[in-house]
Ligand binder design. Sequence first.
Ligand code: E4P
Length: 215
Amino acid sequence: MKIFVDTASIKEIEDLAQWGIIEGATTNPTLLSEEGGDPVKVIKRICEILKGPVSAEVVSQDCDGMVREARELARIDEHVVVKIPMTVEGLKAVKILSRDGIKTNVTLIFQPVQALLAAKAGATYVSPFVGRLDDIGHTGLEVVGQILQIYENYGFGTQVIVASVRHPLHVLDAALMGAHIATIPPKVIRQIVNHPLTDIGIDKFLKDWEKLKGK
Ligand code: E4P
C-alpha cells in the first residue's frame, strides 16, 4: 500500500519526505486555505518535494469549468492529479480528461457504486472518505472493501485512495483489505510510528549498555 500525505503544509511535507516513505500527497480547498499563500505555488512546491502524484481539486461545479480548471492545474507540474467531485458534471469531466491523458482523482465517494461509475468514466483514482462516513454512524472501511471487490470483479485499473483517515486503525484496515493507497494526515503518520513499548525497549537497551560500560 502506498502512503500519501493528506496535507498542503509545505513544512510538514518537507519534514515527512525525509522519512523516505511518502509517495504522494492529496490536497483539497480546505487544506490549501489552511496553508495560505498562492495555491499554485504551494502545489508546485509539493510536487517538487515529493516527485509523485499530488492531488489538487477543482472548485467549478459544471463540466466545462472543471475541464478548464483541470487543464490549468495539470499545467502546474507533471505530477498533478486533478481532483474532481463525484457528481454528474464531474463524471462528464473525468471522461473528457481521461481521453486527454489528464490524471483524475474522483473525490467525495461515500458509496461503492459511485466508485464503479467513476472507474467507468476513466478515473485514475477514487477517494472514499472513511472518517466522514464513520462520523455519521456508518463503517467507512466497508465501502473501501466493496469498491476493491467491484474493481477486482471487472478488472478496473482505477486505484483506491483511502481518504479522510482519522487514526492508525483506519490505516491498518486499509492495508489488510489491500487498498492501493492511504492518504494520511501528518499527525496520524506520526502516531503510527510511535509505540510506548518501542520507547521502553530503547530505554532499557540504553541503560543495559551503560551498565556494560561500567563493568
Ligand atoms: C483527501 O483526499 C480528502 O480531501 C481528505 O482526506 C478529507 O479528510 P477530512 O474528512 O478529514 O476532511
